[in-house]
Design a protein around this ligand. Structure first.
Ligand SMILES: *Cc1c(COP(=O)(O)O)cnc(C)c1O
Length: 381
């Protein structure tokens, strides 16, 4: 199986060179737009590309408002702050995810609560979240409180893992019942739809990432999606040092962040957005090719949930056991075809070892078996 996979991937990408997990594609207006910012000298916080990029993203996702930021982590930080998360609060998220959300909470003085993921989406599990809340939390004056510590549980951050949308309706119902704000971590799900709606637009707030390995890239970059126009204006304000507009005076009306995306990066983003539909078509075709290839083997291709359309950001294989996972990783990487195991669960990292957590059976099951395989968009016949 390992040998056949290496051969299959090499045929798809038509190369004997090293094949990365996800490389960016620049074959549109990237060079022209970036040169434009250099020629005009507007490479930094002033320039037309930031607004244009925000507008493109607003139209593409159907989000009420969009605010560009320096990276996805900054978008998450801003969204959590705007949602009212403060020091001492608890925030529910996944144990099976990238470390960004937990890091942001750590630096805000808030704490993550790690809840299990669903077998359907690899993202936050509504059943697991509901049963943890029923046993560990109570509503006091319509405030969700963790009974043992008396800390406020303020928000919930589900992740659309590898682009596969979580069960949003069920999660949103639980959020309403417990008075929790949802912030979708849509870092990996640009182009993924939940029941026909773009991920990141069902919750009041969401964060997208444009890191180099994501579905489109701005070098580094991110975006807050916000469904409330007034809140969006405040978000724009706090990501730009909370400076009150004035021809020359410096007055800042709250402690803001310097999280604005530079014009140079936004230029790259504008060109990438023009290519996004093409990337999505190619990625879906690639996913279907992997799925067909793996059919009948002991390795299972992880497919989008029935209610969703995934962008298949990173294709994922579920190996039959941990030993076959090691074999697959060793063989493919030795052969110059990059593969990578799914993240280690957050509570295994030293800084989150003592965090609150629910039962994590499903997360552990995926942790032992899931491997990502090369997923860059590619043209194949
Ligand atoms: C990439 C990613 C982030 C962070 O985005 P950056 O742009 O790298 O800061 C956050 N959450 C998830 C799930 C991600 O994959």
């Amino acid at each position: 199986m390992e040998q056949n996979l290496v051969k299959f991937v090499r045929e798809i990408y038509q190369t004997q060179d090293f094949i990365p997990l996800h490389a960016p594609t620049f074959n549109g207006n990237e060079r022209a737009y970036v040169c434009d910012t250099i020629d005009s000298s507007f490479v930094s916080s002033v320039g037309e590309f930031v607004e244009r990029f925000e507008k493109q993203m607003q139209i593409f996702t159907g989000s009420a408002k969009t605010i560009a930021t320096v990276n996805g982590t900054a978008a998450l930080h801003t969204a959590l702050y705007a949602a009212g998360v403060r020091a001492g609060d608890l925030v529910i998220t996944q144990a099976l995810t990238f470390v960004a959300t937990s890091n942001v909470l750590y630096h805000m003085g808030a704490e993550p609560v790690f809840i299990d993921v669903s077998p359907v989406s690899m993202g936050l599990c509504p059943k697991a979240m509901s049963s943890w809340l029923e046993s560990e939390a109570e509503l006091l004056d319509n405030q969700c409180v963790h009974k043992a510590s008396q800390k406020t549980i303020r928000a919930v951050v589900p992740v659309h893992t590898f682009g596969h949308p979580v069960e949003l309706d069920e999660l949103l119902t639980i959020c309403t019942k417990w008075n929790l704000v949802m912030i979708e971590d849509a870092a990996e799900s640009l182009g993924s739809l939940y029941k026909g709606k773009h991920t990141g637009t069902l919750a009041p707030l969401a964060a997208v990432s444009f890191n180099g390995n994501k579905i489109i890239t701005t070098g580094g970059g991110g975006m807050v999606l916000c469904q409330d126009t007034k809140l969006a204006a405040r978000i724009k304000h706090i990501t730009t040092t909370a400076k009150v507009a004035h021809p020359y005076e410096f007055f800042h009306d709250e402690a803001g962040f310097n999280y604005r995306l530079p014009n140079l990066n936004a230029a790259l983003g504008c060109a990438q957005m023009e290519k996004l539909p093409e990337f999505l078509t190619k990625k879906r075709a690639l996913a279907m090719a992997y799925k067909t290839f793996l059919m009948g083997s002991h390795f299972h291709f992880f497919s989008e949930p029935g209610y969703a359309q995934s962008n298949y950001w990173l294709n994922a294989i579920v190996c039959p056991d941990q030993q076959s996972r090691e074999q697959l990783l060793t063989h493919t990487n030795k052969a110059g075809v990059m593969t990578r195991p799914i993240w280690k669960l957050m509570h295994r990292l030293p800084m989150f070892a003592n965090a609150l957590r629910g039962d994590l059976n499903q997360s552990e099951w995926f942790e032992a078996r899931v491997v990502n395989i090369p997923s860059s968009p590619v043209t194949f016949k």
